[in-house]
Design a binder for this molecule. Structure first.
Ligand SMILES: CC(C)(COP(=O)(O)OP(=O)(O)OC[C@H]1O[C@@H](n2cnc3c(N)ncnc32)[C@H](O)[C@@H]1OP(=O)(O)O)[C@@H](O)C(=O)NCCC(=O)NCCS
Length: 196
């Protein structure tokens, strides 16, 4: 019985991985857990995952978006939105509950947001994430660690090896090898050479 269950689990994971791989450019060493989900509203080449990447959350890439994830990076039960460009380096840890974005995804105008919702929910027209919406490239450099429940907003560059403390909202660039935290995230301390 246990053997049968593990065989069924193996088949389910294999099936889930093959399905997810259809929407991204990646090699066999990349793994998607059963919780992972890929929404690619554009071309397969818009999402490039490096070797040994592990995805446990949701990656969402729009028509004109680009999402790059470097080798050995891990995306927990987070959600990454790429409408323009999200560039994640190698060896990056993204914990559960994190949101990474390169755009606000909705316009400031309440009327337009309402029209988008009506068009989407009533007429089946997916909301336009490009008209009247600001988008700016977001970068997480190599070896960054993003703690649980962090929001990283559009246009932010997080420098190499930086750590974002749990629950932070990152609205501005973060220097390499520093720890930042809070809302909006502020410098907690620098990471000295011997701790890097
Ligand atoms: C970033 C982190 C690792 C730093 O740990 P640390 O170096 O031991 O930091 P400390 O606990 O000594 O705190 C240092 C200062 O930062 C502040 N701080 C720590 N975490 C903070 C947070 N999430 N938000 C705001 N401020 C924070 C502390 O209040 C303290 O301030 P003070 O010097 O004024 O007293 C830790 O704060 C953290 O966020 N851990 C959670 C990691 C996580 O999410 N893991 C999920 C699994 S991958």
């Amino acid at each position: 019985m246990i053997r049968l269950l593990s065989l069924l689990n193996f088949v389910a994971v294999w099936f889930h991985n093959s399905k997810a791989r259809r929407f991204v450019e990646c090699e066999e060493s990349v793994k998607f857990t059963r919780n992972a989900f890929v929404y690619n509203h554009g071309d397969k080449k818009n999402i490039k995952l490096g070797s040994h990447v592990l995805i446990d959350g949701i990656i969402e890439c729009y028509e004109k978006g680009e999402l790059i994830v470097g080798d050995f990076s891990y995306i927990g039960r987070a959600r990454v939105f790429a409408a323009h460009c999200v560039d994640i380096g190698k060896g990056v840890y993204i914990s559960d509950g994190v949101v990474v974005m390169d755009s606000d995804l909705h316009p400031i105008s309440g009327r337009k947001r309402y029209d988008d919702l009506v068009a989407w929910r009533r007429d089946g027209v997916f909301p336009d994430v490009y008209t009247d919406i600001i988008y700016k490239k977001t970068v997480l450099a190599d070896f960054v660690w993003v703690g649980a429940n962090v929001s990283i907003l559009k246009g932010v560059t997080i420098g190499e090896g930086a750590i974002i403390a749990a629950g932070s909202v990152v609205t501005k660039d973060v220097e390499a090898w520093t720890i930042v935290g809070g809302n909006p995230a502020k410098l907690i301390r620098e990471i000295p050479e011997h701790e890097r």
